[in-house]
Design a protein around this ligand. Structure first.
Ligand SMILES: [Zn+2]
Length: 162
């Protein structure tokens, strides 16, 4: 249960798989279609991963997940969190010492295979005006303990608006 939740909703594996793909020079295996969920049936919607997040936090608090299982943000994600993370307004659920921040990545045509880190609203609006579809993933990250979890995903561009 916990394993499938984590597999479907965490970005660490996304960035990790990209790194491995880079190393062997092969195709990037991650794409928006790799994330399980009702994406295909809700093309203009937003998917909220709050329930999956709560499940992971609950498993951690019950001792079924170790700290290193949930605090494993990729170094690149940690760098983004420290430099361009937006305040989330709530404490990290794991260390409960630091405010978690939100980092957004956009995936789509003519964007880097590993996604582009979106840091401003203006940038997001520009992406929304693209003719092709752009998938945005918002990740909650703790700059202190490396906790990370996908917060939500939404589609923009291709006439979908912001
Ligand atoms: Zn933390």
């Amino acid at each position: 249960m916990a394993t499938s939740v984590r597999r479907s909703a965490r970005l660490a594996g996304i960035l990790g798989s990209r790194e491995r793909a880079d190393q062997r020079g092969g195709p990037v295996s991650f794409g928006p279609e790799s994330v399980p969920g009702p994406i295909a049936t809700r093309p203009a919607g937003q998917i909220d991963y709050r329930l999956a997040r709560q499940a992971v936090v609950r498993e951690f608090r019950r001792g079924r997940l170790a700290r290193h299982d949930v605090c494993d943000a990729h170094p690149e994600l940690m760098r983004a969190a420290r430099n361009v993370g937006q305040p989330s307004g709530r404490d990290c659920p794991i260390c409960e010492e630091t405010e978690a921040v939100l980092v957004s990545f956009a995936f789509g045509a003519r964007l880097p295979p590993g996604g582009r880190c979106v840091t401003t609203q203006a940038e997001l609006e520009k992406l929304s005006q693209r003719v092709s579809r752009v998938s945005c993933y918002v990740v909650e990250v703790c700059p202190q303990c490396s906790w990370n979890h996908l917060a939500r995903m939404f589609l923009t561009g291709a006439g979908l608006g912001t």
